[in-house]
Design a protein around this ligand. Sequence first.
Ligand code: KG4
Ligand code: ZN
Length: 338
Amino acid sequence: MEDQLILGIETSCDETAASVVRNGRQVLSNIISSQIPLHRKFGGVVPEMASRKHTENITGVVDLALKEAGVTLEDLDAIAVTRGPGLVGALLVGLQYAKGLAFALGKPLIGVNHIEGHISANYIQYPELEPPFVSLVVSGGHTFIVEVRNYRDYVVVAKTRDDAVGEAFDKVARALSLPYPGGPQIDQLARKGNEDAIAFSRPKFHEETLDFSFSGIKSAVLNYLNSAAQRGETIVPADVAASFQKAVVFNLIDHAMQVAVNRGYHRIAVAGGVASNSYLRHNLVEEGKKQGIEILFPAAVLCTDNAAMIASAGYYQLQAGDISPLSINAEPNLGLRL
Ligand code: KG4
Ligand code: ZN
């Protein structure tokens, strides 16, 4: 089969990204223009500012992705773009740009699900990886355990019922006066702390479930900080970070391992921004060794939002003949249903 070159475009949140990927696996360029310094001043992403920045950056980012890959627009086989989930105004910038390119060039447009993109980052990291496997999707907006039965065939086994895990990291970091985004900050700070200093217990559900809930533990941390301050006790931020991280990460590990073991899978591929958490990486690998389950993680640059993962997912969508009409709209609340 002939090589397929796909341009991926990602603007669902605060990264303007473009990438050229060959045959879904080989990254020829991966340009990411992060808006983190801009949003940091406000402690989180300001949607209107994100859209405006995407508009300013998109042309330059796409041009650079083509230049670094050494290809022209005419060489491309398709344009893949995130259509959701994400911030509606931010998504629209990438989507309009991709539609314009697809129309002008007469090439297929492929509207990609951002969550499917995160999972596909593993295909880039592990060129031999084929489904089936279990994926633990952990990002700022999503927390899922998914059975990846085949390309484009997903069964969601568990999800969060409230906050996403990255969101919980970010909120706890904020309470500890750490800068945005808080996940990497907690990761760093926790290394200096005692993970058994404070017992933050797990949520209890009435029924048997592998679903998650992170808002309770986030509130428990905030309550702990408030009452310690009221009593005039010294707070050790590193201990709070380490204890919070331990509770959350082992919750993720336990549930993901249960899904893999009970459903007869031998691999768990982790995805999303929180997949770069060093404590999760270390402990999940250790747990995997005990239970004979292989644990896969994309490199950090493929974990947080990027367009290479969108181009990879777009490749498998193109193979399946799932081409989008130019009339597709942004879908801010898109789930992992295809
Ligand atoms: O996948 P991503 O870039 O965006 C979404 O699709 O949400 O994930 C961003 C999230 C943020 O909540 C950030 O704090 C978190 O990933 N994150 C981390 C780490 N690196 C990024 N959380 C914990 N530990 C990290 N090392
Ligand atoms: Zn993401």
